[in-house]
Write a protein that binds this ligand. Structure first.
Ligand SMILES: [Mg+2]
Length: 390
């Protein structure tokens, strides 16, 4: 079996969107002053889809959501020529080829996202070629089904947040992630608002369920150190990305500061990036995304690394490429779950581009044993809602 062609397309949503409500979510741009800018960089409404075809007619699907037009250019210009004519079973060799050929200017960020998309399509081909789901190729089923946590609860008014939490508690979720709406620029009043929101959600979900707290890099170290001790009494399962991804020493300091585990890694890349986070004890929960970190070839190695460090892996986003990794390793106790909504932040687009993404039932998702590869197909229902760039 040989790779015959690589096709990368950008799907840009032009359909209906829901504007961000309330204070929504703190993020890295918050430390600057323009509110409009912070919202526009937080939302992403396009995605790169990669289709790799083999000479025996198998088509593998991969995807990446980081800087989609740049990812497409990197795939077209640099990565496709490295894999065309090659045997997809040589996936480690092909991964190293892509990684080393782009090393001078790649390594992390959008280049690693582009490599991830190609690698995902290759693994989809491997599964389809032997008629097995990808998780079977990675070690098989380590859990009956995957527990998942409800991930939304953006900072709107507290009553609306409480109603949202109640709705999904009623659907059987036992873990919930909420977003902070305020950061250093909002002063002490923002600290008070942040604490009020945690209290409001705790009031609804109780202490018998898990509560995760998300900062999306919208704080700085000084602010995080000020607020963290005040959050201890709410017993969060973790506090996510309190500071920007490059401040690894900041993560390490915060992770030792209180009993609250610090999580991160959705903006970290490759085996080396995670070795550094673990060596420094910077995170107590690893949250790579398979479509950023280097694909399944890299994520599988990071799972082994985390197993050895006894640090749980709970990948960013649900999405098929992550579920297969979570299913096949004991290092991963659960998944994140973005529910299907009208297009808002952009995570929801996955449901509009692909078919096959599992829907949570009673707080669990499951993967089918009888669907080969990653289990995704292109969704024909919304094609006219996208501008597609070939
Ligand atoms: Mg996150």
């Amino acid at each position: 079996m040989k790779i015959k062609s690589v096709r990368a397309r950008v799907f840009e949503w032009k359909g209906k969107t829901v504007p961000p409500q309330g204070n929504f979510c703190s993020n890295a741009m918050d430390l600057l002053y323009s509110k409009a800018e912070t919202m526009s960089t937080f939302r992403f409404h396009s995605w790169t889809v990669v289709e790799i075809e083999t000479d025996d007619g198998i088509i593998g699907l991969g995807n990446v959501a980081l800087a989609p037009k740049i990812a497409k250019a990197i795939i077209d210009e640099y990565l496709a020529p490295l894999v065309i004519g090659q045997d997809p079973w040589d996936y480690e060799y092909l991964w190293q080829r892509m990684y080393r050929a782009t090393h001078a200017w790649g390594r992390k960020g959008v280049t690693m996202g582009a490599i991830s998309a190609v690698d995902l399509a290759i693994w989809d081909i491997l599964g389809k070629s032997v008629n097995k789901p990808v998780f079977k190729l990675l070690g098989g089923r380590t859990k009956e089904k995957i527990p998942c946590y409800y991930s939304k609860l953006y900072r709107t008014d507290l009553k609306a947040m409480q109603e949202e939490a109640q709705t999904y508690k009623d659907q059987g979720f036992k873990a919930f992630k909420m977003r902070f709406g305020y950061g250093p620029g909002h002063g002490q009043q923002g600290v008070v608002e942040n604490l009020k929101s945690v209290e409001a959600v705790r009031e609804v979900i109780g202490y018998e369920n898990d509560l995760m707290l998300e900062c999306y890099m919208g704080w700085n170290l000084e602010y995080a150190k000020r607020i963290l001790p005040k959050l201890v009494k709410y017993e969060p399962r973790w506090l996510e990305e309190p500071v920007i991804a490059d401040d690894i020493d900041g993560y390490a300091e915060l992770n030792q500061l209180t009993d609250i585990p610090i999580s991160g890694g959705e903006h970290e890349f490759s085996l080396y990036g995670f070795k550094q986070l673990l060596d420094k004890k910077a995170v107590s929960v690893v949250q790579y995304d398979t479509n950023r970190v280097g694909g399944i070839t890299a994520a599988h190695k990071i799972n082994a690394l985390c197993e050895a460090y006894s640090v749980p892996v709970i990948p960013h986003a649900g999405q098929m490429h992550n579920y297969h990794l979570t299913m096949s390793t004991l290092a991963s106790p659960m998944s994140e779950y973005f529910p299907q909504f009208d297009v808002e932040v952009g995570n929801e687009l996955f449901y509009y581009i692909f078919k096959g993404e599992p829907v949570a039932e009673n707080g669990f998702v499951d993967l089918r044993d009888d669907v080969p590869g990653l289990g995704l197909t292109m969704n024909p229902d919304y094609l006219d809602q996208f501008t597609i760039t070939e």
